[in-house]
Design a protein around this ligand. Structure first.
Ligand SMILES: NC(=O)c1ccc[n+]([C@@H]2O[C@H](COP(=O)([O-])OP(=O)(O)OC[C@H]3O[C@@H](n4cnc5c(N)ncnc54)[C@H](O)[C@@H]3O)[C@@H](O)[C@H]2O)c1
Length: 334
């Protein structure tokens, strides 16, 4: 493969963010943007010196496009993946892959049948501070991992945030489907195990969003290596208190990672001082897209697997069921 041609679907926040990365990579070119909003598509095309269309199907038979990058509202992912895969295009699909098990299974099957590389866009796996945390756990810095407290809190649905994110029809859920998938993915990634059960409470408490979608949730999860953890996600946290962070407890101490501030700290169990461990590396989005392109060039599976994408959503769906039934739920496996 020489230059890899990309077609981006969705000229919104993530479409822009991805385009900014492709611009900096060698051997890749954004050949066109598709957005059903013509003025958005045109503005994007001017900014990134590319072509635009309003119907993404016009990109699917183009020989100069080898991969489709899906940055659309959640419930539009299924059709876009099915169409792109049937046309033989490789796919980077923003998280969440989709919003139900059956929709995810259909899209994953069509990719397998057509030998398409599909990478779920779990950016958090590529944040340098999160990679460093994983490395430290693997090297035994905290001894044997026991427990994780993962937190993603913010003031949600603020200016600049698309309204569809608070709708059941296009988002398939609220904070959990939007950001809880990151939290569950981080827990699986750092603890190196599969989620076994989810016990949760979630609901819509304060925001003016669809009644069926939640603005806050708390999950208690157990993993199949005996570790356990909590995930606290909230869209109703005052701005100064917002955080994307985790505390990972092991037999020898605790690692604290602050994703938005890029800090990693270690405190030994019987020590009184905290060591700050320097974080180095490129942005998560750059690293994620670099991985997608490398996987295509090297004809291999990307480091974020279909199972990772599926299980992050499956964990969220288990949380919804648990919140409704009051019971711990085993997430459906891929
Ligand atoms: N990885 C991350 O950290 C991260 C952060 C934010 C959002 N996301 C994900 O990125 C995806 C997109 O979110 P966003 O914030 O960019 O949304 P957005 O609303 O900013 O952009 C979506 C774009 O899709 C367009 N669109 C809608 N329907 C279309 C259609 N049928 N055909 C073509 N274009 C259509 C809209 O006009 C809009 O421009 C979601 O899956 C979201 O969860 C990921």
């Amino acid at each position: 493969m020489e230059t890899i041609g990309i077609g981006i679907l969705g000229a919104g926040r993530m479409g822009e963010s991805h385009a900014g990365v492709y611009e900096q990579l060698n051997g890749v070119s954004v050949q066109a943007i598709a957005d059903f909003d013509e003025s958005r598509a045109k503005t994007f095309a001017d900014k990134y010196h590319t072509q635009w269309v309003t119907d993404y199907k016009q990109l699917l038979d183009r020989k100069d496009i080898q991969a489709i990058d899906i940055c659309l509202p959640h419930t539009l992912h299924l059709k876009a993946v099915m169409d792109a895969a049937a046309a033989g295009k490789h796919i980077l699909c923003e998280k969440p892959l989709e919003v139900t098990h059956s929709r995810m299974s259909s899209m994953l099957q069509v990719c397998k049948d057509n030998k398409i590389t599909l990478m779920p866009g779990h950016t958090h796996r590529f944040y340098p501070e999160n990679i460093l945390t994983k490395k430290l756990i693997r090297e035994g810095k905290i001894g044997t991992p026991i427990m994780i407290q993962d937190t993603v809190t913010m003031l949600g649905m603020q200016e600049g945030c698309p309204r569809w994110m608070g709708t059941h029809e296009l988002a398939g859920g609220g904070i959990l489907m939007n950001n809880g998938v990151h939290s569950i993915d981080r827990i699986r990634y750092w603890m190196g195990a599969e989620i076994e059960t989810v016990y949760a409470r979630c609901g819509r408490f304060a925001l003016d969003i669809d009644e069926q979608v939640e603005d806050q949730g708390t999950l208690m999860v157990t993993l199949d290596n005996g570790t356990y953890g909590t995930s606290q996600v909230s869209w109703i946290t005052p701005k100064p208190l917002g955080t994307c962070s985790a505390r990972i407890q092991g037999t020898k101490g605790i690692l604290e990672v602050q994703a938005w501030c890029k800090t990693v700290k270690f405190t030994g169990l019987f020590e009184n001082n905290t060591e700050e461990i320097p974080v180095e590396g490129e942005s998560g989005m750059m690293a994620e897209i670099r991985e997608f392109i490398s996987a295509l060039r090297e004809n291999r599976e990307p480091s974020v697997s279909l199972n990772d994408g599926f299980m992050a959503v499956s964990g969220v769906l288990a949380a919804y069921e648990s919140s409704q039934t009051g019971q711990p739920i085993k997430p459906i496996k891929y």
